[in-house]
Design a protein. Structure first.
Length: 410
RNA sequence: GGGGGGAUGCCCGAGUGGUUAAAGGGGGCAGACUGUAAAUCUGUUGCCAAAGGCUACGUUGGUUCAAAUCCAACUCUCCCCA
């Protein structure tokens, strides 16, 4: 333990951005005990390998784990390779597809390379729950499931909703919380961290640990970070996410597009900006002394700084202002190589050009974009769907607000 | 094991023989406005070598000049009874 940090200080750091700690006194007691004995707490986090990239919503939980590590505690990541074959029903309105073993492995590997952007590798143990769940006998399963009542499992909202809507609920899905709880028993977790949607699963871990004669883990719940649409939870499948590996300009831009009312959440959960300062920003916006856009630029800069560098943050802001405030062309843009062979009498159909540049998902979409006035070349709008242009090396093709490309004749 | 529903585009949901690439809503995309915010308004929303063609209403097969619509089998699913 780093004795320079008192238990009370540890507790304060841990509480930042946290929605709920169940039960708070137990966490305090565990921290004290760890401080006295010098034995680190075992902090558990279950990773769902159905996703493949770490986004800043998931990073909220990882950052919390990192705080524990910085105070000397041990983080145990459990890759849910086995549980992924069940599919976490939490908050879901339908059964999740089961993943193949290969898919899970690939995802887990991608994850692994990204964890260390946030976590301290030295203080992290990575395990796969297939190692123990896969080896349980039916008798083991019966024994563990006997500790939980059906009513208890079915009382959850997600199951209730699905049942009342006449949607299917697979029997195996009822086992998910139990599987996750067995993980807690297996790794002897002191604390399990998760999003608020993990409440049920994590509390189940407490029950099962007690039933197995060990001290129950403490549940630490973090708010779910809304996606950049500001409404739904951030997730890759909804496309409303900011990946930790996003390029600085993209990252900055995505943050700028979040609705104002989730800005404070982003500040608390995704940055290290002090709580007092966040309050001051909120107050400033409320009183009109701080322009929300400036507050958001600061936010975007902070986040880019975390995953790239302070300089990258400054540069990304400059680029953002250049393109969106001054309406100039970006400094960097992808180039599209246009072979002579594509030209007919020196010109090319615009729809074809957009297709080559992969700036629309289909040529039908390219037509629509042209029709709606979203396409321009060197700032000149083109609206003729059948139109051809005579491309010149170095021209800028713009499709919609965000997509730019420079033409290169080859 | 018995009986009764249901499966439509990204999602919800209308449609019960031709006028249906399929109403309406949500979401998405684009345009205007703006702060790449919100709100609002407008357009658009299967694909292609594009005044034409192709593919689509759980799957397969059938009836018909014509099927999302009728028939058969199958698959999945929900409810009631046991």
């Amino acid at each position: 333990m780093e004795h320079s940090v008192t238990v009370e200080q540890q507790f304060e750091i841990i509480k930042r951005g946290v929605l709920d700690i169940v039960p708070e006194e137990e966490l305090l007691a565990k921290l004290k005990k760890s401080h006295q004995t010098g034995k680190p707490l075992r902090i558990k986090l279950g990773i769902d390998p159905t996703a493949s990239d770490i986004h800043i919503g998931f990073a909220v939980v990882l950052r919390k784990m990192r705080q524990f590590q910085d105070m000397g505690h041990q983080v145990i990541l459990i890759v849910g390779d086995f549980t992924a074959s069940i599919g976490d029903p939490s908050g879901k309105s339908e059964t999740r597809p089961m993943l193949s073993a290969e898919q899970i492995r690939t995802n887990a590997e991608t994850f692994a390379s990204q964890f260390w952007l946030i976590l301290d590798r030295e203080k992290t143990t990575v395990t796969f729950n297939g190692d123990w769940l896969g080896k349980m006998s039916f008798a083991d399963v019966v024994r563990e499931t006997s500790r939980v009542t059906v009513a208890r499992i079915l009382e959850r909202d997600d199951f209730q909703n699905r049942l009342s809507e006449g949607r299917p609920v697979g029997l195996h899905e009822l086992l998910y919380p139990i599987a996750q709880a067995i993980d807690s028993v297996e790794v002897q977790a002191d604390v399990e961290v998760g999003g608020s949607d993990q409440r049920f699963n994590i509390l189940m871990g407490r029950d099962l640990q007690e039933a197995n004669g060990m001290e129950a883990q403490v549940g630490l719940f973090l708010p779910i970070l809304p996606g950049i649409d500001g409404v739904q939870k951030m997730s890759k499948s909804l496309g409303n996410y900011v990946a930790v590996t996003d390029e600085p300009n993209d990252m900055f831009g995505k943050i700028m597009s979040i609705p104002d009312d989730v800005m404070a959440d982003y500040y608390t959960l995704c940055t290290d900006v002090g709580t007092d300062e966040i309050e001051a920003i909120k107050a400033g916006i409320a009183s009109g002394s701080v322009h929300p856009m400036d507050a958001k630029k600061r936010l975007a800069r902070e986040i880019v700084t975390i995953y790239h560098s302070a300089q990258a943050g400054v540069d990304a802001q400059a680029e953002f202002e250049r393109v969106f405030s001054s309406r100039e062309v970006p400094l960097d843009m992808p180039e599209i190589n246009l072979p002579e062979s594509e030209l007919e009498n020196g010109s090319i159909r615009l729809t074809r050009l957009i297709a080559i540049a992969e700036m629309a998902s289909s040529s039908s979409e390219a037509r629509r974009l042209i029709q709606s006035g979203a396409v321009s070349i060197d700032g000149e709008k083109i609206t003729d769907v059948m139109g051809s242009i005579t491309p010149i090396d170095g021209q800028t093709l713009r499709v919609g607000k965000l997509k730019f490309a420079r033409l290169r004749m080859i």
